[in-house]
Design a binder for this molecule. Structure first.
Ligand SMILES: [Zn+2]
Length: 177
């Protein structure tokens, strides 16, 4: 019987070695059943106190059992989208998080086979949310990181503008001579 536990939420999970792990499907089935009971779109192992790199998700009726996941981006300038997210670990809370709209994912299924796939929209969003969990990052952490980066970007832009203004002044000074 699984229960939500928050003490491992900020610890990264460990990669599963399929040669040593039996019952990967059983584990995924347990996570999936718990996720469905709680009306979630996804559930990561460390949300229920486990330390394995595995999550399950279901979007538009398609179920994914995802072990040792990673993702790549196709584009040099990937499209980012802002969207509201909830989390079984934070009942009733919703935060706006920016995610990649399209990702190329690579993970192992429960049989230990490598799966590669392109995910888009909500499916891509849920995958990124769950993968963050496995790295010990919650949606709240992600939002804070994004806000901090936005503040840095604004400061950089301001500094660049000040520099640009200074250089214009210098050039004008040269012209005046
Ligand atoms: Zn979550």
């Amino acid at each position: 019987m699984l229960t939500l536990k928050n003490q491992n939420l900020r610890l990264p999970t460990k990669q599963i070695k399929f040669t040593h792990v039996l019952g990967a499907q059983l584990l995924a089935d347990k996570l999936y059943a718990f996720m469905k009971e709680n009306n979630g779109l996804g559930l990561a192992a460390n949300q229920v106190g486990l330390r394995d790199s595995v999550f399950v998700m279901e979007v538009d009726g398609v179920r994914y059992d995802v072990f040792n996941p990673e993702f790549l981006l196709h584009d040099l300038h990937p499209i980012l989208v802002n969207g509201s997210e909830g989390c079984l670990s934070y009942p009733g809370e919703a935060v706006d998080v920016v995610r990649y709209d399209s990702i190329h994912v690579r993970y192992y299924n429960a049989d230990g086979n490598v799966i590669e796939n392109d995910l888009h929209g909500l499916t891509a969003r849920v995958y990124q949310h769950e993968l963050d969990h496995l790295h010990g990052i919650t949606m709240h952490d992600r939002k804070k990181m994004q806000e901090a980066k936005a503040r840095r970007d604004i400061k950089d832009a301001e500094n660049a503008a000040i520099k640009a203004n200074n250089s214009v002044t210098v050039e004008m000074g040269v012209k005046d001579d």
